[in-house]
Write a protein that binds this ligand. Structure first.
Ligand code: UDP
Ligand code: MG
Length: 332
């Protein structure tokens, strides 16, 4: 699979010593976290002068809280407990808000993102890249329907957008502090992170990887949720769903004109009056259907505007516990 074009190689630069924040969104992952947190710490401990783990508990209903508080005694950990399940995108935003390092790693709690890759990410960051993201190199393990759906999604996204969302890039990524600061400034409530990462720009490099199997539990992203996420992405970053209706409206109007001419010719020239009732009933139903659909699509966008103007916070924090956390990152 061809990799998305990387930014031109950055000029050699001297980075300050790495102080890494690892943001881990977790929803009912206690079974994984028990082994994952120590393994993550082991993987980053030697790469980074100082490091911290920011565990965002996205309203878990299992023993995540007790486990995290226990782990916080022996690992440099910030435990951020959200007041309910806000979804992975909001959990990651919370993590970015609490991360204090000069670079931030986003990683899933289920071992699907290979830990050895972090060293390579850090190396690329050191060589001047501001964002290093993992690209799933092999999706054969996923069902054909999911693969096709993903392909269609990226095709639609990248047709319209002025910036390119790299295909198959997930949330597994290392970002420099300046990227994180820009992401945090973006005001939108509907956060489609994959789009936002691409929107902010900066020198980026892709690292192909094959995701491991989930260690324990099940993915919460079923087909329905993935579909909703894709729709969120399309409506947040493109106006394709609106334009489709202009196009359909145009085609139907054109067909109606031709049909009108045909009826006129049939009646006036061939003296062949057309039986109008079935045509009328069918076309009436078709047009009301199309109109309702297009109004519904407008409604989706208006709903999104409504969400934005309410300006509710992205997430609500119930509890925040920090042990040996990094000092606050210097601005700039
Ligand atoms: N996650 C979360 N909130 C949610 C759903 C998931 O914080 O509402 C976390 C989850 O605990 C995991 C990561 O997001 O660390 C990826 O979730 P999952 O493995 O279910 O998704 P997939 O790997 O299938 O994309
Ligand atoms: Mg997973």
């Amino acid at each position: 699979m061809p990799l998305p074009p990387a930014s031109p190689a950055p000029l050699a630069m001297q980075r300050p010593p790495l102080r890494l924040s690892c943001v881990v969104p977790a929803y009912n992952e206690a079974a994984n976290l028990e082994t994952f947190l120590p393994a993550l710490y082991e993987a980053v401990r030697l790469l980074s002068a100082e490091c911290e783990i920011v565990l965002v508990d996205d309203g878990s209903k299992d023993e995540t809280q007790a486990l995290a508080l226990h782990m916080a005694e022996r690992l440099p950990l910030q435990y951020v407990q959200l007041s309910r399940n806000f979804g992975k995108e909001a959990a990651m935003s919370a993590g970015l808000d609490y991360a204090r390092g000069n670079a931030v790693l986003l990683i899933d709690a289920d071992f699907q993102h290979p830990l050895p890759l972090i060293a390579e990410m850090v190396q690329l960051w050191n060589s001047g890249y501001d964002m290093v993201y993992g690209v799933i190199a092999d999706r054969t393990a996923e069902g054909a329907a999911k693969r096709r759906g993903t392909q269609l999604f990226y095709y639609l996204m990248n047709r319209d957008s002025r910036f390119r969302i790299p295909e198959n890039a997930g949330d597994f990524r290392l970002m420099d502090r300046k990227v994180v600061d820009v992401l945090r400034q973006l005001p939108e409530r509907n956060r489609f992170m994959k789009g936002l990462y691409a929107w902010v720009g900066f020198k980026s490099a892709a690292l192909p990887f094959v995701p491991d199997a989930r260690r324990s539990g099940q993915s919460t992203f079923n087909l329905h949720r993935l579909g909703a996420l894709a729709f969120e992405g399309l409506t947040s970053f493109t106006t394709i769903p609106l334009k489709v209706w202009s196009f359909i409206g145009f085609c139907i109007s054109l067909a109606a004109i031709f049909y009108g001419v045909y009826i006129t010719v049939e009646t006036l020239i061939f003296d062949n009056p057309t039986d109008g009732w079935p045509t009328l009933a069918a076309s009436l139903m078709l047009f009301s259907g199309v109109q309702l659909l297009s109004i519904g699509m407008l409604g989706e966008y208006i709903g999104r505007i409504y969400d934005e103007v309410k300006r509710r916070p992205l997430y609500v924090v119930d509890q925040h516990v920090a042990t040996h956390a990094l000092p606050v990152a210097a601005p700039g």
